[in-house]
Design a protein around this ligand. Structure first.
Ligand SMILES: NC(=O)c1ccc[n+]([C@@H]2O[C@H](COP(=O)([O-])OP(=O)(O)OC[C@H]3O[C@@H](n4cnc5c(N)ncnc54)[C@H](O)[C@@H]3O)[C@@H](O)[C@H]2O)c1
Length: 315
């Protein structure tokens, strides 16, 4: 029997591209997109869609039964910068949606879960360079606290109830199809839009703030890969470190200037600087490489070329 998949938060930056990739792989009708709002035309026209608030267990259960869902990708969350403004809303959304999905699996109503964590689980006392899989984790942001708690609960549900939940600590994600949803690494997407429309960008982080980043195609490939891996290969039931590249806003601007020589950048750090300062600069993802053969394909150069090419064609 072919499986049916539900994406929660399908209209967001990752959900949009993840839904399209899963539809390509499993067939449009087998991948149900859901969100509290409608998404872009490409997403809405490519297959089934449900308006669904994932904090409501009963509504979620109804959709699962109706479509005979066996796998859930839970992409709904409040991201780092927005969560600092609405701490309780962020905690409620990020934790309750996860509990709802974990409990559906505990009750054997679904078989498998993907839930994304983040480099935000690390904090100011974590080793900054080549941050190991297992290390000090003392997150200092609302978002990071919710992600670290989420990781603990995922591992707990695996150990206690044998729930097959798989997770990746995504770095900052760069993409052109959908705008980012309120994170600290959003500058790395906005910069390309502004480079093309205004030839200049005012960056909200300092020029030397080095953060781990990844192009969306790599992130989607990693997500499909970890979900397809045999169960015996998944050794981490909290979440896997994942890496592709690390760079500063200055390095990114120089990379863009090589293609668009008129481009200029200025810096005006805001509250997001504090969040960025608490995060690692680079990530050791050797466990993901070893356990399920992860390997990144996009570096900064290839990311810049792909971003500018696709955004230019859209204008
Ligand atoms: N984008 C990144 O750089 C990044 C990095 C690390 C981790 N992550 C994680 O990946 C996941 C997806 O991130 P994203 O960037 O696509 O976020 P996003 O903000 O772009 O999208 C989230 C989606 O969830 C939806 N949503 C909000 N409340 C909902 C609810 N109650 N029920 C159903 N849907 C709801 C929103 O409408 C939105 O479309 C999140 O868990 C995020 O923490 C993202």
């Amino acid at each position: 029997m072919p499986k049916y998949i539900l994406i929660i938060g399908a209209c967001g930056q990752i959900g949009t591209e993840l839904t399209l990739a899963l539809r390509e792989k499993y067939g449009n009708d087998h991948v149900i997109a859901s969100d509290i709002r409608e998404g872009n035309d490409e997403l809405m026209q490519s297959g089934p869609f449900e308006i669904l608030d994932a904090t409501n267990y009963d509504n979620l259960e109804e959709v699962i039964a109706y479509y005979d869902i066996s796998e859930i990708y839970l992409m709904a969350a409040m991201l780092s910068a927005t969560a600092e403004k609405f701490p309780m809303r962020a905690w409620n959304l990020n934790m309750n949606t996860l509990f709802n999905v974990l409990n559906l699996a505990k009750e054997k109503k679904i078989d498998k879960i993907f839930w994304p964590s983040s480099i935000a689980v690390f904090g100011p006392n974590t080793p900054k360079e080549n941050t190991p899989q297992n290390t000090i984790m003392e997150p200092s942001t609302v978002y990071g606290i919710s992600k670290q708690s989420g990781e603990r609960w995922c591992e707990y549900y695996f150990n206690k109830f044998n729930v097959d939940v798989r997770s990746i600590r995504y770095p900052g994600l760069i993409s052109w199809k959908t705008m980012p949803g309120g994170g600290t690494t959003d500058y790395a997407v906005e910069i390309y839009h502004k480079a093309l429309s205004e030839s200049s960008y005012m960056c909200f982080l300092k020029e030397d703030t080095k953060l781990p980043m990844m192009f969306m195609d790599d992130a989607i490939r990693a997500t499909l890969q970890i979900m397809e891996a045999p169960e015996s290969k998944i050794k981490e039931r909290s979440s896997y470190n994942l890496a592709a590249m690390s760079f500063t806003p200055k390095e990114m601007a120089e990379n863009i200037k090589a293609i668009l020589p008129k481009f200029t950048i200025d810096y005006s750090p805001d509250f997001r600087q504090n969040i960025a300062d608490s995060w690692p600069s680079s990530i050791d993802d050797s466990k993901a490489q070893k356990d399920w053969k992860w390997k990144a394909e996009f570096d900064l150069q290839k990311t810049t070329e792909t971003m500018l090419e696709n955004l230019k064609n859209r204008v």
